[in-house]
Write a protein of this length. Structure first.
Length: 156
């Protein structure tokens, strides 16, 4: 590398890492603020395992945290709202949540619940089956076979 190329690359000298981070993270934070991302990631630690099992944070907009939960849980949480807001803000280390908003949804499946039935078997067209048979046995072949069965299941 010539001296001129070095000078163009580091115009103004090396820059501190902190000056580069906003430009790198701007796109990611357009969708979710850092506080919202931290709430999503630390939800069980912020509200406790019992509430985390029956609730899910959806979004944080202008100080309003939207939480998905079932109807009875929403009523209980509305009574606990001031305490929850204080716990969440305490966990974040700053005031990011000013109020809670509840959206009623189907509760998450209980642990140990009976799993859904496997999809019904689907006969693949001869050409597709022959192409799958020509592939070596392994993860790729299994994935392609699942994909083909899903495609032809929806057509049937």
């Amino acid at each position: 590398m010539s001296r001129n190329e070095d000078e163009r690359r580091f115009f103004g000298g090396p820059r501190p890492l902190g000056a580069l981070i906003p430009a790198l993270t701007r796109q990611a934070f357009k969708r979710k603020s850092p506080a919202a991302a931290q709430i999503m990631a630390d939800w069980p630690a912020l509200v406790g395992p019992a509430l985390a099992a029956v609730t899910q944070p959806l979004r944080l907009t202008a100080g309003s945290l939207t939480i998905a939960c079932s109807g009875p849980i929403a009523l209980e949480l509305s009574h606990l709202a001031p305490e929850l807001v204080a716990r969440i803000n305490g966990g974040l280390g700053r005031v990011a949540v000013e109020r809670l908003r509840f959206v009623q949804t189907q509760p998450p499946a209980a642990k140990g619940a009976k799993p859904a039935l496997p999809p019904r078997p689907v006969a693949l067209p001869a050409r597709v089956a022959a192409n799958l048979e020509s592939l070596p046995t392994g993860d790729l072949r299994a994935a392609l076979e699942r994909l083909a069965r899903g495609v032809y299941r929806k057509q049937g």
